[in-house]
Write a protein that binds this ligand. Structure first.
Ligand code: UDP
Length: 502
C-alpha cells in the first residue's frame, strides 16, 4: 500500500518556530490524509529542546525524519550576520544533501513542501519533476505583505520606511510602517533584497499553504483568491490549513512547572515567554521582574540571560545557559515571589502550560506559533513583540481580533516600565476588560476547532492539496530510473527513525 500513497517531502529550515509547524503538518498529512511523509530537517547545532522534539516526533507519528547536515560549514555562520542571512545560508548549505537524498529514492516524492526560508529548494523539486508548495508558518496578512513587496518597491524611490501613509494591501487592514520589521523596508539592507527574492519565488509555487484558518483571516484570503486583487500577485492557490499546533502530550515524568501549575487555582496564572529565541535587555528584565511582583498575580516566567542589543539572541540555541538566574534578577526577587511565581530557565513545555486549566493569561512575543497555541487554548494575551513579523501579529491581536492588550509603546521602541507591566497584568487577569478578552479568545478557540474538524475549512483545504498530489502521483509515479536517477532506494530513508544524510 505504501507505494500507492502520495509521498510528501517536507523541508524545515532551522529554528523551532519553523520546525514545530512543519512537523505538525507532516503528522496531519499522515494521520488525516493517508500520505507517506519524509521530513528533512536542516541540521544546526541542535539544542536539547530540539533533540527532544525530534525524538517525540518520530514513531509512531513521523516514521521518516531525516537530518540534513549543512555542507561546508564555512559558508554559514558568521556570528555577525543577521538571523535571516544565517538561516538562508544554512538552508543553501543543506541542498546538496537534499538532492542526493531524493535522487537515492526509487520513486521521488510527489511534492516538496518547504517553509518560507527553504524556497531555494524549489530548484530541486523542478529537477525531479515534483510539485512544489510553500508552507507559510505565519499568517495570511504576512504572506500578503511579502507578496506585495515588489509592488511597494515600485512605489518608493529610496526607503519604504519613508512612507507617510499606511500601505493599503488589498484585503488587509492598513499597515503602518512602524509595525513592519524595519530592515525589510530598507532598500540598502540585505534583508530587503532577500524578502524581495522570496516574494518572487512564492509566485513560482504550485500552491501556498498558510498556518491560519478561513474565519480568522477571511478578507485577506478572499483577496488572494481574487484575480483582480492579490490573486494577480500570489498566482498559486492559497490553502489555509491551520491552526496546526503542537498537541498537549501527556508527560509521564515529574515536571516542576506542571506540578506547580497543578496546585494553582483555575485561570489564575500568567505565563510569560518570548518564544524559542527571544531575549530582553538587562534593564527590561529588571522591570519585568518588578512588574510581575507588583501585579500580585501568580506567574510562570521562562527566563533567559539578558542580552542588550539582540532581541533574538537565543534563536538557534534555545536551551543553553541555565545557571545564575539570580544574578540578573532584582535582589531577593526569587525569595519574595517563591509562593506566587515559578521561574523556568531557558525552555518550558509551552504547549502543556498553555493547555493547563490554571493558566489565564500569556505575555507573549507574538511569534505565530505561540499566538496560535494561545488561541487554541482560549488564553488571552499581552502582546510584547520583539522581532520578525511580531509587531504585525501584535497589531492583529489587539486592534483586529481584540484578544490581547499591549503596552503603550511597543518594547521594540523602549523599555516597558514596571508600573505599566503590573497594570497590564492586572487588567488582563482581574478586570472585566480581561474577562471580555477571554470570552473573545474562547470564540476563536471554537472557531479553530471547527476549521480543523472533518469537513471544516482547513480540513477541506488540505484535502484539496491531497487531491492535487494524488493526481500528480497517478500521472507521474514511476521509478526515478525512467526520470532522473538510477540509484537504489536509500537505506537511510526506509524504516529508520531519525536519520542523518551524509
Ligand atoms: N516554545 C516552547 N518552550 C519555550 C519557548 C518556546 O515549547 O520555552 C515553543 C512554542 O511553544 C512555539 C515555538 O517554540 O511552538 C516558538 O515559535 P514562535 O513562532 O512562537 O516563535 P519563534 O521562536 O519562532 O520566534
Amino acid at each position: 500500500m505504501e507505494g500507492t500513497k502520495p509521498h510528501a517531502a517536507l523541508l524545515a529550515s532551522p529554528g523551532m518556530g519553523h520546525l514545530i509547524p512543519v512537523l505538525e503538518l507532516g503528522k496531519r498529512l499522515i494521520t488525516h490524509h493517508g500520505f507517506q511523509v519524509t521530513v528533512f530537517v536542516v541540521a544546526t547545532e541542535v539544542s536539547p529542546a530540539q533533540s527532544l522534539l525530534l525524538q517525540q516526533a518520530t514513531t509512531p507519528h513521523l516514521p521518516n525524519l531525516v537530518s540534513l547536515p549543512v555542507v561546508n560549514d564555512s559558508i554559514l555562520v558568521d556570528p555577525e550576520a543577521s538571523v535571516l542571512e544565517q538561516l538562508l545560508s544554512m538552508v543553501r548549505g543543506s541542498l546538496p544533501r537534499l538532492r542526493s537524498a531524493i535522487s537515492a529514492m526509487k520513486v521521488p516524492p510527489t511534492v516538496l513542501i518547504v517553509d518560507m526560508f527553504g524556497l531555494e529548494a524549489f530548484k530541486i523539486a523542478n529537477e525531479f519533476e515534483m510539485l512544489k508548495y510553500v508552507y507559510i508558518t505565519s499568517n495570511a496578512w504576512f504572506l500578503a505583505f511579502t507578496a506585495y513587496l515588489p509592488v511597494l518597491d515600485k512605489l518608493v524611490e529610496t526607503k519604504c520606511s519613508d512612507l507617510q501613509e499606511p500601505t493599503r494591501i488589498p484585503g488587509c487592514k492598513p499597515l503602518w510602517v512602524e509595525h513592519v520589521f524595519e530592515p525589510v523596508l530598507d532598500i540598502k539592507n540585505e534583508m530587503y533584497h532577500a524578502y524581495m527574492r522570496m516574494a518572487v519565488e512564492i509566485t513560482m509555487a504550485d500552491g501556498v499553504l498558510v498556518n491560519t484558518w478561513e474565519n480568522l483571516e477571511h478578507p485577506t484570503l478572499a483577496a488572494m483568491r481574487d484575480d483582480k486583487l492579490l490573486g494577480q500577485i500570489v498566482k498559486a492557490p492559497v490553502y489555509p490549513v491551520g491552526p496546526l499546533t503542537r498537541p498537549i502530550e501527556p508527560t509521564d515524568s515529574e515536571n516542576g512547572v506542571l506540578d506547580w501549575l497543578g496546585m494553582q487555582p483555575s485561570e489564575s496564572v500568567i505565563y510569560v515567554s518570548f518564544g524559542s529565541g527571544g531575549t530582553l535587555s538587562a534593564k527590561q528584565t529588571t522591570e519585568l521582574a518588578w512588574g510581575l511582583e507588583l501585579s500580585r498575580q501568580n506567574f510562570v516566567w521562562v527566563i533567559r540571560p539578558p542580552m542588550d542589543d539582540d532581541a533574538a539572541a537565543a534563536l538557534f540555541t534555545s536551551a543553553d545557559g541555565r545557571d545564575g538566574i539570580a544574578e540578573y534578577l532584582p535582589d531577593g526577587f526569587l525569595e519574595r515571589t517563591k509562593k506566587v511565581g515559578c521561574v523556568v530557565p531557558m525552555w518550558a513545555p509551552q504547549a502543556q502550560i498553555l493547555g493547563h486549566p490554571s493558566v489565564g493569561g500569556f505575555i507573549t512575543h507574538c511569534g505565530w506559533n505561540s499566538t496560535l497555541e494561545s488561541m487554541v487554548n482560549g488564553v488571552p494575551m499581552i502582546a510584547w513583540p520583539l522581532y520578525a513579523e511580531q509587531k504585525m501579529n501584535a497589531v492583529m491581536l489587539t486592534e483586529e481580533l481584540g484578544v490581547a492588550i499591549r503596552p503603550n509603546v511597543f518594547p521594540t521602541k523602549g523599555v516597558v516600565g514596571r508600573e505599566e507591566i503590573a497594570t497590564m497584568v492586572r487588567r488582563l487577569m482581574e478586570d472585566s476588560e480581561g474577562n471580555a478578552i477571554r470570552a473573545k479568545v474562547k470564540e476563536l478557540k471554537y472557531s479553530a476547532e471547527k476549521a480543523l474538524s472533518k469537513g471544516g475549512s482547513s480540513y477541506t483545504s488540505l484535502s484539496h492539496v491531497v487531491m492535487d498530489c494524488q493526481m500528480m502521483s497517478r500521472s507521474s509515479q514511476q521509478p526515478l530510473d525512467n526520470r532522473t536517477s538510477t540509484n537504489p532506494p536509500s537505506p537511510s530513508l526506509k524504516g529508520m527513525h531519525l536519520t542523518t544524510v551524509r
